[in-house]
Design a protein around this ligand. Structure first.
Ligand code: ADP
Length: 583
């Protein structure tokens, strides 16, 4: 860059200099010539005047030749020409050998006007001469022409001397100016290079400012302006980057799936939640066709409708094959200056909402079903009694007992539902205090021992005296154990064995209730904690179970920060483990 610019400017300057020199040369040479001719003519005029004051003695050829030679001593050539053009005398040549001079322009002019001038090459002397011719009257003789000439070579010499001085000085100036320009240009070019490097640096993302320049010229101004622009650019880029990072972080951490699709149906952005929800395996989905990435036809058609119609489209889709999930999807168009340039799709996971809705529906259906059987029985036997069975002494007590049994069952059901509702709503009043394992186990054992004895079951509890305290509500802990023991007694046939244990495992206290009862099939072990779920429905109902016991237990354990699990083998027995945190 440096040399090209330098040579270009240098060449332009040289051209300018040459033009100026040529103009000066032409003008000065012309002036010189004019000056020289004027001087020559005035010299020739004064010589002619001198000659006129000194006329020849006679018109005799020899006399005339002598006169011409004398006049020629002044340095000029003197020629005397007759009116018919014949050369009569010449100070430097033999007139006899000279041709007729009538065609010479200065002679013609002098014959016509009395005086004539010319600058031309002499055919006689073969040199350039300045001529001055004048009519000369010699007494009564016919008019003659005296012609004087001096050579032009002095003009050439003067011209040559001037030119060599002019060009010599110009060359010197050129060399000097070129040197100074080169030095100056090197400084300027260094500064320009610095600016260029700075721009390159800024383009590469390095916004460190340039050091302040000491000079105050346009380049320094440009440098300072560039510096300020870089600072502003840096600030703007930082702000934009921060904003982008913030938005990206917000979008990335969102639970909702978000995708932005361009007007050309290519994905501009999508967060990981969207990839997960739409079943996109590869996280780098940017700039790929939506058709290729989003396999769900409903989602695709929603995007297309939003892009085409310019209105937000809402819908619900089910995704996944093994574990299905319900998503509420919204595709909203992005409008810019009145036209749709893209669409935003937001996916909201509503699986849990749908699950809860379903659970509530099932729950209501279950409750209705649970209530229906005892109510139908009560209604049936009451009608039988009213229909005359009251008088039947043999059966009425039995009927009344059945009614009472079903009423009790309804009562238990209502109690359990109430408990569950209270626990679920978080309204249950709980004391939080340190509780000893003994305070939990002993009262329950006492209550259950009677039932166990009635059923002929071996019943025992085993726990150390140095066990850590539990933290929570003693009645809730008793409720947990009571329910587990109830089940153990209920599902263990006569002659079986029930054992309650308490121990410490890591930082937890483990209460376990083991029986040698009917056991629970593996496939149902997870579900027995659900409301109204019964592994053995007939036995449960027959023994007065409500199907809510374990779900109450699970809730109570969880609100105390614990967990419950079951180990069971069909025909062998079951062990329920309750893990509770120590006080
Ligand atoms: P239920 O009132 O029917 O006992 P639960 O919620 O207490 O209701 O228990 C749910 C189901 O789990 C019972 O119906 C029963 O099939 C099974 N189950 C609970 N405990 C035992 C156990 N100790 N042995 C065998 N099965 C049990």
């Amino acid at each position: 860059m440096k040399s090209r610019l330098f040579w270009r400017i240098g060449f332009l300057n040289l051209l300018l200099l040459l033009l100026v020199l040529a103009a000066v040369d032409t003008y000065v040479v012309r002036a010189l010539k004019r000056e020289f001719l004027n001087a020559a003519y005035s010299q020739l005029e004064s010589l002619i005047r001198l000659a006129e004051t000194n006329p020849p003695q006679s018109l005799d050829g020899l006399q005339l030749q002598e006169w011409a030679r004398q006049c020629g001593r002044s340095g000029a050539r003197v020629t005397l020409v007759a009116g018919d053009g014949k050369v009569l005398a010449d100070s430097q040549e033999d007139p006899a050998g000279m041709e007729n001079h009538l065609p010479r322009p200065e002679i013609r002019e002098a014959l016509l006007n009395g005086a004539g001038r010319a600058v031309r090459r002499s055919p006689t002397l073969k040199v350039d001469l300045v001529y001055l011719a004048q009519r000369y009257e010699f007494g009564n003789a016919p008019a003659m022409i005296v012609r004087l000439s001096i050579p032009l070579h002095r003009l050439e010499e003067a011209r040559f001397a001037f030119r060599s001085r002019l060009w010599g000085i110009s060359l010197l100036i050129l060399v000097l100016a070129g040197g100074i320009s080169l030095l100056y240009f090197r400084t300027v070019s260094r500064r320009i290079r610095r600016l260029k490097e700075f721009s390159q640096r800024v383009a590469d993302g390095d916004f460190r400012p340039l050091p302040q320049e000491s000079s105050k010229d346009e380049l320094a101004e440009l440098s300072s302006t560039l510096g300020q622009t870089a600072v502003k650019l840096d600030r703007t880029i930082k702000t934009l980057t921060e904003e982008r990072n913030r938005s990206a972080a917000v979008l990335a951490s969102m639970e909702e799936g978000v995708a932005v699709i361009g007007g050309d149906q290519r994905v501009i952005y999508c967060n990981s939640a969207f990839c997960r929800d739409a079943g996109i395996a590869n996280a780098s989905c940017e700039n790929r066709p939506a058709m290729e990435l989003i396999r769900h036809s409903d989602l695709l058609s929603m995007i297309q409708k939003a892009l085409a119609g310019g209105e937000a489209i809402h819908g619900e889709v089910v995704v996944g094959s093994i574990r299905t999930r319900s998503l509420a999807a919204t595709a909203a168009p992005i409008s810019f200056e009145g036209s749709t340039t893209g669409a935003v799709m937001v996916l909201h996971d509503i699986t849990e909402i749908r699950r809860l809705e379903r659970a509530r529906r099932d729950f209501i259906a279950n409750i209705s079903h649970e209530f229906k059987t005892p109510l139908t029985a009560i209604q049936g036997f009451a009608e039988t009694l009213l229909g005359g069975a009251l008088d039947d002494a043999q059966n009425r007590t039995r009927f009344l007992e059945i009614i009472r049994e079903h009423a009790l069952r309804l009562g238990r059901l209502t109690d359990d539902l109430l408990k569950l509702a209270q626990i679920e709503a978080g309204h249950m009043q709980r004391e939080t205090e340190p509780v000893s394992v003994k305070d939990v186990v002993d009262p329950c054992m006492e209550v259950m021992r009677i039932k166990a004895d009635q059923k002929g079951l071996l019943f025992e509890a085993e726990y150390g005296s140095d066990l850590p305290m539990l933290m929570g509500d003693v009645r809730s802990f008793q409720e947990i154990l009571q329910n587990l023991l109830d089940n153990a007694v209920r599902y263990t046939p006569r002659g079986g064995k029930i054992r309650v244990k308490a121990a410490v495992e890591e930082s937890e206290v483990v209460l376990s209730v083991a029986d040698t009862g009917i056991g629970i099939p593996k496939a149902e072990q997870d579900r027995i904690f659900e409301r109204f779920y019964r592994a053995d429905a007939a036995r449960s109902r027959e023994s007065g179970g409500t199907g809510l016991g374990l779900s109450i237990v699970k809730h109570l354990v969880e609100i105390h920060g614990g967990r419950i699990r079951v180990d069971s083998e069909v025909g062998q027995g079951s062990t329920f483990f309750v893990y509770l945190p120590q006080a």
